[in-house]
Design a protein around this ligand. Structure first.
Ligand code: ADP
Ligand code: MG
Length: 718
């Protein structure tokens, strides 16, 4: 492990501090440092997010929605509106005798004055369908003087990730300066030459120069698609660095000892005998695997994937009993209070009859109760503690933590897992870790995202589950559904109505607004849910209707969910916040609005909320016609299969891993250039080189990790 991955060193070009660049004062250096940019090398790897093609002017007549272009035209009309909020619309015409509307939501009076009828404007943006033909919302633009005819760009312009307080032009200038100090190939190159030759990939130096400043004759289409050999080369190295970093973490962790739970498993046998059902073959197989792991004095790091309803909880409980029988404590952590409560109920019902003391610690536990819970954890009175993030807080100390179980892994980051694990680090021993997720991840992705974990799968459902009947209906048939809900609830069943939002394309103020945009978005989803809630209350006056959305206070959300769970609500109108793990077996009908907008895995998760009891359940996917080809395939896949693994593979194929494995979800550092779906074919290469480097050239592996992950790798020091 490099002692200080981010140390600077003026003698080494890679580690030269940015303050040596012209124009970088203390303030700029600080802004850059806030984004992890400390050295020249950090700037070399600060790659363009995309490119803008200003090498040509596009005629307005031929513009395609969604395709960014540069356009030049003359202002034909200007209109200011205030209907919902201030807006400025500028109609631009060109020689192709077509009109494009430029639309602004944020603007100054001086801007309005600039756009006189007859003024010439050159702008760059992405046309989208608007009320009257195509529109560009917040394009970048400049007004041209009467005689002014600026030349066209000679190369693609790199667009870098925005950094607060550092303008785009400054960023481009700094990166250009940093690149002037790129060392020669031999100093820079870390990948085996044979690999590069074999795959026809350029050296790192050449790849960086091309990626930052594509030469005029570069393959523009490939660059825009991210498949240019220069980009592939960078992707390969980045994926390799991530892979190595995770493998390293695992190796480092497994140098520690863990408690070996070698007792015969009498408690687990007693639980099994007491269960009203027999384990499925898959549950048994995974449990046997856990027994083997837990008997060894090496920390277990195992991910158990199992489709919704496959019965992961009981397997976790059996594993917990192995730890308890050997005198160790167990922590079970879930991402929400509701899920944690559900686990608490199961664990109490299963373990307390065996004399095991099960406790509870969540954010809500406060004051004296919290002090007591912490004391009982610290002195070992509690053998199993169930809870939320609160378990990881400072001040929670276990007497003898031997096993950490984390449910719904993708909601927690790697670092959070490490934090809980650290609670057990005493006398050099670390606890075993069991991670459970209901989001099956295709094998190639699992090997990359979870290279630090062993993976096993509960790939079989308990017998007797009737598969959820899934139908796709056009939204025009919404009224029929009202009757269907009435019918189901009259029979004593419950139903979910899930609201999602149709994207409002007009409403994207470009890059700058994206952070604010997500807040606005969740507000809009909440409003849509509120509207649907009111409409359903009016249409179904005899039913008790509840509402849950992301804008509600956590306590109100939980209150509504709990009432639904207790049967005090018949119909729950919700946004996708209900997605994870909630178990209401009496719910037998789910309606999902705008289903064509959701990814397959997400729809599958939602659908998993019904079909958990004995009743025949259905899921109705409402869509807005016309359906795109991909949306049609997605809905068809859901109708055809209930198998989460099949669905995950298909999702990856149709949509890419972004939604399966976001940064937020896995806690993996975001990739700078790699895209796991696009670049999946490189993964076997990555694994091959990774093995070789770890065994034969660990120092090179260190340098790769330092280069690409730097500060983040500090978390690896276990
Ligand atoms: P998930 O894997 O989605 O977390 P759960 O652990 O919540 O699933 O299990 C879903 C339901 O199935 C629970 O009510 C559980 O008690 C039950 N269950 C688990 N294993 C079996 C089995 N082998 N046979 C029958 N029912 C089972
Ligand atoms: Mg579960």
């Amino acid at each position: 492990m490099p002692a200080s991955p981010k140390s600077t060193d003026p003698a080494d070009p890679a580690r030269t501090p940015l303050s040596t660049l012209a124009g970088v004062g203390a303030r700029t250096a600080e802004k850059l440092a806030a984004r992890g940019l400390l050295t020249l090398q950090d700037l070399w790897l600060q790659l363009p997010r995309r490119y803008e093609d200003r090498t040509r002017l596009a005629p307005i007549r031929g513009l395609q929605p969604g395709m960014p272009v540069q356009v030049e035209g003359v202002v034909e009309a200007v209109e200011r509106g205030f209907r919902y909020r201030p807006s400025l619309r500028v109609a631009l015409g060109d020689d192709s005798r077509a009109t494009l509307v430029l639309r602004f939501f944020h603007f100054r009076a001086t801007q309005v004055a600039q756009f006189r009828v007859g003024a010439r404007v050159r702008c760059y943006g992405t046309p989208r369908p608007g009320q009257h033909g195509l529109e560009m919302v917040h394009p970048t633009y400049r007004l041209l003087g009467d005689e002014e005819q600026p030349g066209l760009g000679e190369r693609l312009d790199p667009v870098y990730p925005q950094i607060e307080g550092v303008g785009a032009a400054t960023m481009r200038r700094l990166i250009r300066q940093a690149l002037e100090r790129l060392p020669d190939d031999d100093t820079l190159e870390l990948l085996p030459k044979a690999v590069l030759r074999e795959r026809h990939l350029p050296s790192l130096r050449a790849a960086l120069l091309t990626a930052h400043h594509p030469p005029p004759d570069a393959d523009v289409a490939a660059l825009l698609a991210g498949t240019h050999p220069a980009q592939r080369r960078l992707v390969l190295e980045e994926l390799l660095a991530h892979h190595l970093s995770l493998r390293r973490q695992r190796i480092t962790l497994q140098r520690h000892a863990a408690p070996a739970f070698a007792k015969a498993g009498a408690l687990a046998d007693r639980l099994r005998a007491a269960l009203p059902f027999a384990l499925t073959g898959a549950q048994q197989r995974v449990f046997d695997q856990l027994v083997r792991d837990l008997r060894r004095p090496v920390p277990m790091l195992r991910l158990v994937q199992g489709d919704v309803g496959s019965g992961k909880t009981v397997v976790a409980a059996l594993a917990a009993l192995l730890a308890v029988e050997s005198g160790a404590q167990v922590a079970l952590m879930a991402p929400t209070e509701l899920l944690a409560e559900q686990h608490l109920a199961s664990f109490r019902a299963w373990l307390e009859p065996l004399g095991v003391r099960v406790g509870w610690l969540a954010g809500k536990v406060a004051g004296k109760a919290r002090t007591q819970a912490r004391a009982a954890i610290a002195d070992g009175t509690l053998q199993v503690v169930v809870g939320t993030h609160a378990l990881m807080q400072e001040g929670v100390a276990f007497r003898n933590l031997g096993l950490v179980i984390v449910d719904e892994q993708h909601r927690f980051g790697v670092h959070q897992r490490l934090a809980l694990r650290d609670k057990g680090t005493e006398g050099g021993r670390v606890p075993h870790q069991l991670v459970m997720t209901a989001t099956p991840i295709p094998r190639t992705l699992a090997m990359t995202a979870y290279a630090d974990l062993d993976v096993s799968a509960i790939d079989e459902l308990p017998p007797g589950r009737a598969p959820v009947r899934t139908v796709a209906l056009s939204a025009q048939r919404r009224p029929e559904l009202i009757e269907r809900i009435r019918g189901a609830c009259a029979e004593g069943r419950q139903a979910y109505w899930v609201c999602t939002l149709i994207e409002e394309d007009n409403d994207k103020p470009g890059e700058a607004g994206s952070a604010a945009g997500s807040g606005a978005r969740s507000e809009m989803v909440a409003q849509a849910a509120q509207g649907t809630f009111e409409a359903l209350c009016a249409a179904l006056p005899e039913l008790r209707v509840g509402l849950v959305h992301g804008r509600m206070k956590a306590a109100d959300k939980q209150h509504a969910m709990r009432r639904f769970k207790n049967g005090e609500i018949d119909l729950l109108v919700a946004t996708t916040v209900i997605e994870v793990g909630v178990d209401v077996p009496n719910a037998s009908l789910m309606i999902v609005e705008n289903a064509e907008r959701l990814g397959l895995s997400q729809l599958h998760q939602l659908r998993g909320r019904v079909g958990r009891g004995s009743a025949e359940s259905s899921c109705v996917l409402l869509y807005q016609p016309p359906l795109s080809q991909t949306a049609r395939q997605r809905l068809a896949t859901l109708r055809e299969t209930n198998d989460g693994f099949v669905i995950a593979e298909k999702d990856l194929e149709l949509r890419g891993p972004g939604e399966l494995l976001g940064t937020r979800q896995t806690g993996l550092a975001a990739f700078r250039v790699a895209d796991l779906a696009r670049d999946a074919d490189l993964l076997p290469v990555v694994h091959g080189i990774g093995d070789r480097l770890l065994h034969k050239a660990p120092a090179v592996a260190d340098r790769l990790i330092e280069r690409w992950i730097g500060g983040a790798a500090r978390y690896a020091g276990a």
